[in-house]
Design a protein around this ligand. Structure first.
Ligand code: ARG
Length: 467
């Protein structure tokens, strides 16, 4: 039996019927639909609409549907089901007869889909946090392993200053910790229960909305039935949070691609996650990284699609909202497919510390430290900058580094240069002057590793609490 049809004289065009069906994709909401239906059935019992035996029959029927779906994928083959809500009604009627039709008392699919989607996004967030925590573990582990290894840091993709490799990796830790906070925040805001909102004006039966919310693990019922049935902000927020995760993964992938090129040579591609060329026998290509970078486009596309679907919609429910599901599912599949793979890649990749160190020692990356040496001797900063600039110019002409300049030439530039200058140019001295919280001085980086470890542990605890 359809979920509607009494007022229709003509049959629905079969092509239109197939085209408008969402069951192909909303079947993945089945477990949430069953859970929400169970909560609604209990509320109906307490409101005196279904009798105790009827409630038992309904709950057993819902359980049987869950079991059948879990044991045989064919069970979900249903050409006639309009959507997951219709599917459950049909199957329940087949199992328990007409009592099944009592389940829809006082409710609307508008509140059901809003509830199912909130439950789906909540579970998606929990899964994502778990994967993020594992990825953060790997980044932190690599930072710890790097000890005092150094590399150049870049601005404008030009060598700028030497930093600890650990400091560089912690930059990504910060990005992904922010991503995880965004998910935590989104979860809090979405955790309200639309059940009892009806089609738009509120349920037509005095249902205990607090009990339904509590049964499904929501913190409270939603406050306004019009908003609750038309709101997809939580989908948008989640997919935007996923887009940011994607952007960060994509920037990381881009850097690893660059670093693994012959020109940089900082990273050796792990063979298990690379591919060869069908034409050029010598090649090893960073396909995992390239696909990571490429696939993120889908997530950003999904975020855009969602905004465009919502932007012109009048209140409250409109069928357009069905179009918010596929972009959501695709964004979740894309990011949750990526996170375990980038973690595995990062574990397997080999860092070429020697190459990184050579790169950090050449190219005047100690120039700012050299200017700071003069500033500490009372030379005004602007003038110190100018003097070191001139010294660099001399080096370029003589094809040497600052430490190689004879002291007579330096003294000619300013008498402020004296014995300690050469020592101030060494890699350890250059790192040590960045001695501020958040800077690359080794002691600060060790503190930063400790602080990051605490935050990642807290995330693991949060994941555990929601499991
Ligand atoms: N499949 C629909 C969706 O995803 C369910 C809600 C249908 N509601 C309605 N009034 N036709 O939006």
């Amino acid at each position: 039996m359809k979920m509607w049809g009494g007022r229709f004289r003509q049959a629905v065009d079969p092509e239109f019927e197939r085209w408008q069906s969402s069951f192909d994709f909303d079947r993945r909401l089945l477990s949430y639909e069953l859970a929400a239906s169970g909560a609604h059935a209990r509320a109906l019992k307490n409101a005196g609409i279904v009798a105790s035996e009827e409630l038992i029959a309904i709950l057993q029927g819902l359980e049987q549907i869950a079991a059948a779906a879990a044991s045989s994928p064919n069970f979900l083959q249903d050409e006639e089901a309009e959507d997951v809500h219709h599917f459950v009604q049909k199957r329940l009627a087949a199992l328990i007869g007409e009592v099944a039709y009592k389940l829809h008392s006082g409710r609307s699919r508008n509140e059901q889909i809003a509830t199912d989607l909130r439950l789906y996004v909540r579970a998606g967030i929990d899964q994502m946090q778990n994967d993020l925590a594992a990825w953060l573990d790997v980044l932190l582990e690599r930072a710890e392993q790097a000890e005092n290894a150094v590399m150049p840091a870049y601005t404008h993709l030009q060598r700028a200053e030497p930093v600890l490799v650990a400091h560089y990796l912690l930059a990504y830790v910060e990005m992904f910790l922010r991503d995880s906070e965004r998910l935590t925040d989104c979860r809090k805001r979405l955790n309200l229960c639309p059940l009892g909102s009806g089609a738009v004006a509120g349920a037509t039966i005095g249902l205990d909305r607090h009990a339904m919310a509590a049964e499904l693990g929501f913190s409270a019922p939603t406050a306004n039935s019009i908003d609750a049935t038309s709101d997809r902000d939580f989908v948008l927020e989640f997919v935007h949070a996923l887009s940011l995760i994607g952007l960060h993964l994509s920037r990381w992938a881009e850097e690893m691609i660059l670093f693994s090129s012959e020109e940089f040579g900082f990273v050796q591609l792990p063979e298990a996650y690379s591919t060869g060329s069908s034409a050029m026998p010598q090649k090893k290509n960073p396909d995992l990284l390239e696909l990571a970078r490429g696939k993120v486009a889908r997530v950003i596309g999904a975020a855009n699609t969602l905004m465009i679907v919502i932007k012109g919609l009048p209140l409250a429910y409109n069928k357009d909202l069905q179009e918010t599901q596929e972009p959501l599912f695709d964004a979740v599949a894309t990011i949750s497919g990526l996170l375990p793979l980038v973690s595995a890649w990062m574990k397997a990749a080999e860092f070429k510390y020697g190459r990184m160190r050579d790169a950090a020692e050449a190219g005047f990356m100690n120039a700012w430290a050299a200017a700071t040496y003069l500033v500490n001797r009372g030379v005004p900063s602007r003038l110190a900058h100018e003097k070191i600039g001139k010294a660099v110019q001399m080096c370029l002409e003589r094809n040497c580094e600052l430490k190689d300049l004879p002291s007579a030439d330096l003294q000619a530039l300013t008498p402020a240069f004296d014995q300690g200058f050469c020592a101030s140019l060494s890699l350890p001295s250059v790192l040590a002057i960045h001695d501020v919280p958040g800077g690359t001085a080794p002691a600060r980086v060790r503190q930063a590793i400790g602080a990051a470890r605490k935050k990642i542990e807290a995330l693991h605890e949060e994941v555990h609490a929601h499991a």
